[in-house]
Design a binder for this molecule. Structure first.
Ligand code: ATP
Length: 309
């Protein structure tokens, strides 16, 4: 019997704190970061097919590769190899429905890879536990384990070593999407260049932010949001300065570039305020489109399955 297709929903992330160390000998930067999963999601469906491949639909689908460089496809191949299937002909098709902006600093590709791992674990009945899946996820990319885990977490190393963080209450965000993406390596390169040229401010210690999350007070949290990559993203895309200003003028408590940008995330007092800020920001004409989101939300999870368990 052909197994029923399995669909996994997976969230985007924002980095509430992103401290970037100096480049390591392997070229990666040592990071201390706090991720929060927010309610902007992709859906990835895996199905058994004679003709393997990928279809992509939705937000920015045109700029997502449908060949071997798609991170979700790399996940398929890695898991096929691990489970002694032919990685060249894994016999599955992926259908990706994008709600997470592409190259937006919200880890959309990583999210799809995490979703593909979880979906295939069920489709192929591999019965790998969360820890094993997280190990495989870390081989695919620094942000992939967090997309599996979701919630709020402290990440160290390249961001792949995770510890869950207590975040009381739900936080309300307005997310401003830019017209074009920014490539993550370019933004890290720009930060290295800025640091050679001058000494841009670095974010402080992470502990006060962890306390603010535990208290659940958005006003306290707003004062502590920080991202070392922001200066680099703004240097490459100066218009972001205007977007960040417009969000605060519209009533947000604070705004921050998400990860490597160019998406900006604005923390709001409550759900009503987020709706008002989103409406005003969208009228200001400083970004392509605006979304309202909440966090934390769970990581990758199956939303359809043949066993309905
Ligand atoms: P991050 O925050 O993890 O650095 P990002 O959110 O800025 O990443 P992604 O949406 O993951 O960016 O896309 C980065 C690049 O990866 C894009 O240029 C895109 O072409 C490529 N890519 C590969 N696979 C995918 C995928 N499944 N979805 C989106 N982009 C993908």
């Amino acid at each position: 019997m052909v197994p029923t297709p399995i669909t996994v929903r997976v969230p985007a992330k924002v980095n509430l704190h992103l401290a970037v160390g100096d480049p390591r000998p392997d070229g990666y930067h040592e990071l201390i970061t706090v991720f929060q999963a927010v309610s902007m999601t992709d859906e990835v469906t895996v199905l058994v097919a004679d003709e393997p491949g990928i279809d992509v639909h939705g937000e920015g689908a045109d700029s997502v590769p449908t060949g071997p460089s798609n991170l979700a496809w790399k996940a398929v191949r890695l898991l096929a190899e691990r489970s002694e299937r032919d990685p060249e002909e894994p016999g599955v098709r992926l259908s990706i429905s994008k709600g997470i902006p592409v190259a937006g600093g919200m880890a959309g590709g990583s999210a799809d890879a995490a979703a593909a791992l979880l979906a295939l674990n069920h489709l192929w009945r591999l019965e790998l536990g969360r820890d094993e899946l997280c190990d495989i996820a870390a081989q695919l990319g620094s942000d992939v384990p967090f997309a599996l885990q979701g919630g709020t977490a402290l990440g160290t190393g390249r961001g792949e070593r995770l510890v869950p963080v207590l975040a009381r209450h739900t936080f309300h965000w307005v997310i401003a999407l830019d017209r074009r993406g920014l490539e993550t390596p370019t933004v890290f390169g720009e930060l290295d260049r800025l640091r050679e040229e001058s000494k841009p401010n670095r974010v402080g210690e992470v502990e006060p932010l962890l306390e603010a999350l535990a208290s659940g007070d958005p006003r306290q949290l707003a004062l502590l949001l920080g991202n070392d990559l922001q200066a680099a993203a703004v240097s490459l895309r100066p218009g972001l300065r205007r977007t960040l200003r417009a969000g605060v003028q519209a009533g947000a408590l604070a705004g921050i570039v998400s990860g490597s940008g160019p998406t900006c995330a604005f923390l709001c007092t409550d759900a009503d305020s987020a709706v008002r800020v989103a409406a005003e920001l969208s009228g200001a004409g400083v970004c392509r489109t605006v979304r309202v989101a909440q966090g934390p939300v769970p990581g990758a999870r199956i939303v359809s399955d043949d066993r309905a368990d």
